[in-house]
Design a protein around this ligand. Structure first.
Ligand code: ADE
Length: 225
């Protein structure tokens, strides 16, 4: 899978994909992430990519021309399944969307900055608008990193233990059960006995109950009860 990310601040994205699971996904050749600097696609002086909004108001707006230039240059070699614009007024991202997007071959993500991007680019080129939550970030870069991480780890072969993505919170609309590791007894705080029993049927049942209980308590909205 390939994820291309267009941004005016590529520096923000130099870290998130260089470590841990995202790094391994790329080393294994399962995921390719390219960060593209929008300033390389402008024809305006001093690498200008934004301008004042027509009608007035605070903040700058990213112009349509550099965005179209970048998109057309990238499309010469890549056919995108989705052109995603990260924006607080998009559809709220969730695990279901991550699952669906992990099945795609090529994704393009566009990060807004300042006040946003010219609406005409959204109208004519963007196929999906996604928000990562009801709060406003300075730009779409961190949101693009969140999407890339959550999508990338779902690509088969990226996680060592294939089942570990299946037992994530939200994967079946339930929160994950609690987990424990050594020591078995820490200052009198003991690991639940069932986990030490070696009885996998009982362990599975306990985990299922804990998942349901935790979901009921913390996220009853996930249950159709
Ligand atoms: N850009 C600014 N805020 C954002 C958000 N909450 N989600 C996605 N992109 C954004």
């Amino acid at each position: 899978m390939k994820i291309d990310i267009i941004t005016v601040v590529p520096e923000i994205l130099s870290g998130p994909f260089s470590h841990s699971i995202m790094k391994r996904a790329q080393t294994k050749g399962l995921l390719e992430v390219n960060v593209i600097n929008l300033r390389e696609y402008t024809t305006y002086a001093r690498a200008q990519v934004d301008d004042y909004p027509f009608g007035g108001g605070a903040g700058m707006v990213i112009m349509i021309e550099p965005l179209v230039n970048a998109l057309e240059a990238l499309q010469k070699t890549t056919e995108y399944d989705e052109v995603i614009f990260l924006t607080p007024d998009g559809e709220t991202f969730n695990q279901k969307m991550a699952n669906q997007l992990s099945l795609k071959k090529n994704l393009l993500m566009i990060c807004g900055h300042y006040k946003g991007i010219d609406q005409r680019f959204r109208d004519h080129f963007v196929t999906k608008e996604i928000s990562i939550g009801d709060y406003v970030l300075s730009g779409g870069e961190l949101a693009a990193a969140v999407l890339t991480d959550s999508i990338g780890r779902l690509i088969p072969g990226v996680l060592n233990d294939e089942t570990s993505a299946l037992s994530d919170s939200f994967q079946d609309d339930l929160l994950a059960p609690p987990v424990y590791t050594r020591p078995e007894n820490y200052k009198g705080w003991k690991v639940p006995e069932v986990l030490m029993s070696g009885n996998h049927k009982n362990i599975d049942q306990w985990r299922a109950e804990q998942s349901l209980e935790r979901t009921r308590l913390r996220r009853p909205d996930l249950l159709n009860e």
